[in-house]
Ligand binder design. Structure first.
Ligand SMILES: [Zn+2]
Length: 390
């Protein structure tokens, strides 16, 4: 089969919404993003395939489905982004003070404004519940996997898919789209379909979309053409139904000459001190034992690689109990831990006072470290009530 980008199709901003389908009123609204990174076209082609099947077969469903293109300018140029990663600018600060270059606003700001206005219109006019799905691919060969912010509703929905699920990427990345969406309480899953150029990444993304439509109770299994073949796509994968936490990120500095050693596959087990990459010719050993994750085999990107640790079933269970019983209210009684007066979901932690408080305790209660401001750590709760955008 030919590589994914052999297709030189052009995309236009007028067709940013690739397709919208309106079913009966008693169902969810699903928003599917593809091409947030312009060199990741598998999700776009998978969306187009699903759209034409829904239209051809006139598939009936409950609720509504929208397919939305991401970085159209970068998709047409075949690059991850033009000036700034569109998946790193979804923070309130970026809306108040958008990133500029000497030539003016970055190209990605225009894409962001257009996406945001489409999303807002859908959120305001449709009843929900809302499911946000964001389709990506990776530069290294990989089994398909899901990334989520660790809220219980995200966990529950992602457990429908027999693929590995990775928590907590938002502690390492600044301003991804889905973290922003998650702060309004909506279900939001990132799906990585496989390597950028591997044609099976399109099939994986297509299978993910159909399964998501079925498990959100939007479409009945029996109405999906050849549903059993999509089910088979996820058979025989490594690490299925396993949850992983990110324990380490290798950040590439500007002007650093980073070279990943060839041949690493996502989720491959690695030993402590295993030689992973070279930085300006100096070897980079693995800081810990675990699984290699997202090793960088492309020019653009600031994440060299991540190291994962498998999350135990006991921890998953304990965190559900702790959150259901709302034990998190006790966290703010601890010296050095204060409620943010402006945001109910944020705890501000003075690391000098609350030194014994370790990150895993906050993770257990569903809090993730978001920013470090004025010598304080800000932890944001992932489980929250649904609200429409401000
Ligand atoms: Zn991506």
């Amino acid at each position: 089969m030919t590589a994914v980008t052999k297709n030189k199709k052009r995309f236009s901003p007028e067709n940013r919404v690739l397709g919208s389908f309106y079913g009966t009123n008693n169902g969810p609204t699903i928003l599917i993003f593809a091409g947030i990174h312009g060199n990741e076209k598998a999700g776009v082609y998978a969306s187009e395939k699903v759209i034409s099947k829904i239209a051809e077969r006139n598939i009936r469903f409950k609720g509504n489905v929208h397919f939305i293109l991401g970085n159209i300018n970068a998709l047409n140029k075949g690059v991850r982004f033009e000036e700034f990663d569109l998946n790193r600018i979804w923070r309130n600060e970026h809306f108040e003070d958008p990133i500029k270059t000497s030539a003016g606003l970055i190209a990605e700001r225009k894409e962001q404004i257009e996406i945001l206005s489409i999303v807002k219109a859908i959120l305001l006019n449709e009843p929900g519940p809302f499911y946000f799905l964001d389709l990506h691919t990776t530069s290294a060969p990989s089994v398909p996997f899901i990334t989520i912010s660790d809220s219980l509703n995200n966990r529950k929905f992602s457990s429908n898919f027999p693929v590995p699920v990775v928590f907590g990427i938002e502690e390492f990345l600044d301003g991804p789209l889905l973290t922003f969406i998650n702060e309004y309480g909506h279900i939001a899953l990132g799906f990585e379909g496989g390597a950028h150029e591997d044609p099976s990444s399109i099939v994986n993304c297509e299978a993910f979309i159909w399964k998501a439509l079925v498990h959100s109770k939007c479409i009945e299994k029996g109405n999906v053409p050849e549903y059993s073949t999509y089910q088979k796509v996820f058979e025989n994968l490594c690490c299925k139904y396993q949850f992983f936490a990110i324990k380490y990120r290798y950040e590439i500095k500007p002007d650093e000459d980073f070279n990943m050693r060839p041949g690493f596959k996502n989720f491959e087990p690695i030993k402590k001190d295993a030689l992973l990459a070279f930085s300006n010719g100096t070897p980079i050993p693995s800081p810990r034992r675990g699984r290699i994750f997202m090793p960088l085999y492309q020019e653009q990107g600031e994440d060299g690689f991540f190291v994962l640790k498998k999350i135990s079933k006991f921890w998953l269970w304990l965190s559900i109990i702790a959150r259901r019983l709302k034990f998190n209210h006790f966290l703010r009684l601890i010296p050095g831990v204060n409620q943010d007066p402006e945001n109910n979901y944020t705890l501000i932690v003075d690391p000098k006072v609350a030194r014994f408080m370790t990150l895993p305790i906050f993770h257990l209660f569903g809090y993730r470290q978001q920013i470090y401001k004025d010598d304080k750590l800000h932890f944001i709760k992932r489980d929250r009530k649904v609200t429409i955008f401000p």
